[in-house]
Design a binder for this molecule. Structure first.
Ligand SMILES: [Fe+2]
Ligand SMILES: [Fe+2]
Length: 485
C-alpha cells in the first residue's frame, strides 16, 4: 500500500522520441495509408488510378498524410506525457487508429453524398473516450477534428471551408459534451437521448455561425438541419459499432457493465435460483461496493458488476456455503481438509466459469482476487485439535492473488463486512459499529491484502466511513436482537 498515487508521468521528451520511434514510424505509415484511402473513398477507384499518375494529385495526397501525421504525432505525444502506459498496450493503439479511420471514411461518404455538415465527426472521440480514457478522449476529439478539418478542406476544396468550419465546431463541442456525460450514463438509450438533447443545443449554434458567415438563408437552414443530424448520426453510429469494439478488443464500458448486471443474464438467473442466499449476499455487497467506489472516485458501475459476480464459483455446489443452507450442513459429513478445499476453491471456480462465459476479464479477475490469500481460521483450528502432526497454514488459505486494483480491494472489504453483518448483526451504537468495521478492515490490512491495490490510507478511511454510514440503512433489519431490546 502507498500514500500517493503511482505513475507520475515521465517528463523526458528525449525518452519519448527514443523509445517510441518505431510507433512513430508506424504512425507515419498509417497517415500515408489514410491519405491514400481518403483519396480512394473520395474519388472512387477510377479517379484514384488517374490521381496516382498526376503530380498535383500525388502531392495533395502527400500533403494530406503530412498534416495527418503531425496532428497524430501531437496526440500521441500528449498521451505519452500524461498516460504513458496506454501506449504500451497494442489493443489501445489499435482502438485509436481504427476509430480514426472509421470516422474518416464514414465522414467522407456522408460529406460527399449529402453534406459536409452531416459528417459524424464526434464518432472517434466518443469511441476513444469510452473505451480508453475520458481525458484522452477529450484531447483526441480536439486533435482528430482538427486533422479532419484540414483533410476535408483539402479534398472538398477551399470553397467549402466555411461549412467545414461549422462541422469542426459541431464535432468538437458535441464530442466534448458527450464524453463528459459518459461517466454518468449507464445505458445506450440514455446516451442516445443525451445525443438528441445536444443536437438540439448545437444546431442553433451552427445556424448562428452560418448566419455570421453570411450564408444564404437556404444554406443557413440546411446547415442547422445537417448539424442536428450529424450529432445524432455520431451517437447512433457510436452505439452501433461500440459492441463490436468491446468484443474484438475485449474492453469494458459502463454500457456493457450495466447489461451484465441485468437479472436476465444467464449466470445471474442461475445464481438467483440455484444459490438464492449467495444471490442476495451479492446484491448487498453490490450496494455497499457502489457507495465505497463513489466515495473514493472509482467506477461504481464496475464495483456493482464485480460484486454481482464475485461468488459465482459457489454455483458448483451451493449448499456447501452457509448463506444457502437451511438446516443441513454438508460440512458435518466432510473431513476438515475437504471442507477447506471446497470453501477456498470457489474463487478459482468462479474465475474459470466467468472466463468460460466470456464475462469481461476485469470481472473474472476480481472474482479470483476477492479473498486474496486470507486464512480460514475455523477449519485450521479444528484440524489442529484433531491431530498432533504439524499443520501448514498455507493449506488453509485462499490461493490468491491479492486484490490488484482499488475496486477489487473494495469488493474484498464489502464482502467481508456483509458476511460478518449477516452472521453477527450490527450494533445500533455508531461507535460499536465503527470499531466492528474498523477491525474487519484492519484484519485484512495486517494480512497485507491491500499491498497491490494502490489504495491509499486516506481512501481506506473513506471506505470505512462510508460503510459505517451505509450499514444501518442497508441492514436495518439486522440490528442485533439484544440491542433492539
Ligand atoms: Fe467469496
Ligand atoms: Fe462473497
Amino acid at each position: 500500500m502507498q500514500d500517493n498515487l503511482p505513475n507520475a508521468p515521465s517528463k523526458s521528451k528525449l525518452g519519448f522520441f527514443k523509445k517510441q520511434w518505431l510507433k512513430y514510424l508506424a504512425l507515419a505509415v498509417f497517415s500515408l495509408l489514410v491519405a491514400f484511402l481518403v483519396k480512394l473513398t473520395f474519388t472512387g477507384f477510377g479517379g484514384f488510378v488517374t490521381a496516382l499518375s498526376d503530380k498535383a494529385e500525388l502531392s495533395q495526397i502527400f500533403a494530406l498524410s503530412g498534416i495527418m501525421a503531425i496532428i497524430m504525432f501531437s496526440l500521441f505525444f500528449y498521451i505519452f506525457q500524461t498516460k504513458k502506459e496506454l501506449l504500451e498496450n497494442k489493443r489501445i493503439l489499435a482502438v485509436i487508429l481504427l476509430s480514426i479511420l472509421l470516422t474518416l471514411m464514414v465522414s467522407i461518404l456522408f460529406g460527399k453524398s449529402i453534406s459536409v455538415s452531416l459528417m459524424p465527426l464526434a464518432l472517434s472521440g466518443l469511441l476513444i473516450g469510452i473505451l480508453i480514457d475520458k481525458r484522452v478522449g477529450l484531447v483526441s476529439n480536439f486533435f482528430i477534428n482538427l486533422s479532419f478539418f484540414f483533410t476535408f478542406t483539402i479534398i472538398f476544396g477551399v470553397k467549402e471551408i466555411m461549412i467545414t468550419s461549422t462541422a469542426l465546431l459541431s464535432g468538437i463541442v458535441s464530442g466534448t459534451y458527450m464524453i463528459l456525460m459518459m461517466e454518468k450514463t449507464y445505458t445506450r438509450m440514455k446516451f442516445l437521448l443525451n445525443g438528441l438533447l445536444i443536437s438540439l443545443f448545437i444546431s442553433p449554434v451552427a445556424i448562428l455561425v452560418a448566419t455570421f458567415m453570411k450564408f444564404s438563408l437556404n444554406n443557413v437552414l440546411y446547415t442547422g438541419l445537417w448539424t442536428f443530424l450529424s450529432v445524432t448520426l455520431s451517437v447512433s453510429l457510436f452505439i452501433t459499432v461500440l459492441p463490436a469494439f468491446e468484443k474484438v478488443f475485449k474492453l469494458t464500458t459502463n454500457f456493457g457493465l450495466e447489461e451484465i448486471c441485468s437479472f436476465d443474464t444467464k449466470l445471474l438467473k442461475r445464481l438467483s435460483t440455484e444459490a438464492p442466499g449467495t444471490f442476495n449476499h451479492s446484491l448487498a455487497v453490490g450496494n455497499l461496493a457502489q457507495l465505497c467506489a463513489l466515495a473514493i472516485g472509482e467506477n461504481p458501475q464496475l464495483a456493482k458488476a464485480a460484486a454481482y459476480y464475485h461468488d459465482m464459483g459457489k454455483l458448483k455446489d451451493p449448499l456447501c456455503y452457509v448463506e444457502n443452507q437451511s438446516g443441513y450442513n454438508p460440512h458435518d459429513d466432510f473431513i476438515p481438509e475437504v471442507s477447506v478445499y471446497v470453501i477456498t476453491q470457489h474463487t478459482k471456480w468462479g474465475y474459470e466459469l466467468l472466463k468460460k462465459e466470456n464475462l469481461p476479464d476485469v470481472i473474472a479477475d476480481i472474482a479470483l482476487e476477492h479473498h486474496g490469500t486470507t486464512f480460514v481460521n475455523y477449519f485450521y483450528n479444528k484440524v489442529r485439535k484433531m491431530t498432533e502432526d504439524s499443520v501448514e497454514r498455507k493449506d488453509f488459505s485462499y490461493g490468491g492473488p491479492i486484490p490488484s486494483t482499488k475496486v477489487s480491494a473494495i469488493i474484498m472489504i464489502a464482502d467481508t463486512v456483509e458476511a460478518a453483518t449477516r452472521a453477527q448483526g450490527i450494533s445500533a451504537d455508531p461507535s460499536v459499529m465503527r470499531s466492528f468495521v474498523h477491525k474487519l478492515i484492519e484484519e485484512k490490512q495486517t494480512q497485507n491484502q491491500f499491498d497491490n491495490s494502490n489504495l491509499t490510507f486516506k481512501q481506506l478511511k473513506k471506505i470505512e466511513d462510508t460503510l459505517v454510514e451505509a450499514l444501518p440503512g442497508v441492514f436495518h433489519n439486522r440490528i442485533s436482537y439484544e440491542e433492539k431490546k
